[in-house]
Write a protein that binds this ligand. Structure first.
Ligand code: SF4
Ligand SMILES: [Zn+2]
Ligand SMILES: [Zn+2]
Length: 314
């Protein structure tokens, strides 16, 4: 298998693009895709971005690429306190912070709330992933606004988006269906702007990029993950992709087109129906936001705070 650009030995075949590429040309191809997605969909709007990192391949790849493309981006990491998994993922995040010489804000749930994410889930009477989602959304939003950044970037890839879309369509969950987008706009200075620059890059491409760029990421999945359905959806979509290359990207791009048309008719926003938390001043659905209710129920005297890990001072 030869590289379609330079004729050297290819390391990856990309059926969706009807091409095969060597490591160097694949790196250029992938970086160009991310750069084009950012430009075409105005993801950064010249603002100062911060990347939500987990230690996994997607978020670390995103963080690495942005800095390589000349976009100075710091990181946010939530330490969930899940034994070895959290220790390893934090180590990978710090290693990347050192490689890029960028700052990362760390929110340590055990330190601040006094419980790890499973303990928090019990207090909140939710499943761990739901509690985790709440904490991460709060922390991303708060660090972004408190520390003067303009947009939070996350590492969601094409497979994540296509499988979520597929699941929402299968069960016609209309409430969730039209909420997926490449960006979520800033609202009233209390809800930060969000964007997903890897939205059009597949999981396989992202993993390949991470490997050829020697990005040291955590291979293990979070031990609390039992979203078996999304794995099945990914498998089904990969089967379809094998038979008909390019289906996943057409599916997601088609959705974006439909969404654009829909938005032209109605005004939508994540902050719809939202008020302001009387304790912290950030968005809330009742008098107090979910994070402040959690702090109240935990016997902690701590205030919400972030550890600033600066490789230059480490
Ligand atoms: S699997 Fe669930 S608990 Fe683990 S990081 Fe993901 S959302 Fe959080
Ligand atoms: Zn080549
Ligand atoms: Zn609050």
């Amino acid at each position: 298998m030869k590289c379609k650009v330079c004729g050297r030995e290819a390391v990856i075949k990309l059926k969706a693009y009807n091409t095969s590429l060597c490591a160097d040309d694949f790196i250029s191809f992938f970086e160009k895709r991310v750069e084009e997605t950012i430009r075409k969909y105005s993801l950064l709007k010249n603002g100062r971005p911060i990347v939500a990192v987990s230690g996994g391949k997607d978020s670390l790849t995103l963080w690495y690429i942005l800095n390589k493309l000349g976009v100075a981006a710091d990181g946010i990491y939530v330490n969930l306190g899940i034994g070895e998994y959290s220790l390893n993922s934090l180590e990978k995040v710090k290693k990347m912070a050192q490689r890029l010489n960028r700052k990362v804000y760390i929110f340590d749930v055990c330190e601040i709330v006094g419980k790890n994410i499973e303990g928090i889930a019990r207090i909140m009477k939710r499943v761990p992933c739901s509690a985790c989602g709440m904490v991460k959304r709060y922390v991303m939003n708060r660090v972004c606004l408190d520390m003067g950044y303009d947009v939070v970037l996350t590492g969601h890839n094409l497979d994540d988006e296509a499988s979520a879309l597929f699941g929402n369509l299968l069960y016609w969950r209309e409430g969730y269906l039209w909420k997926k987008d490449l960006t979520l706009e800033e609202k009233d200075g209390r809800l930060s702007r969000k964007a997903k620059p890897l939205f059009l890059c597949s999981e396989r491409e992202t993993a390949a990029y991470a490997i050829v760029s020697r990005i040291d990421y955590i291979y293990e999945e979070c031990p609390l993950s039992f979203d078996a359905k999304s794995l099945v959806y990914k498998e089904v979509l990969n089967r379809i992709e094998e038979i008909s290359p390019g289906t996943k990207i057409a599916f997601v791009k088609g959705y974006l087109k439909m969404l654009k048309k829909r938005k032209a008719f109605e005004e939508e926003g994540d902050g719809k129906g939202m008020g302001v938390c009387e304790v912290c001043g950030y968005p809330a659905r009742g008098l107090r936001c979910a994070m402040c209710r959690l702090m109240e129920k935990s016997d902690t005297s701590k205030q919400i705070a972030f550890i600033e890990y600066n490789p230059e001072e480490a």
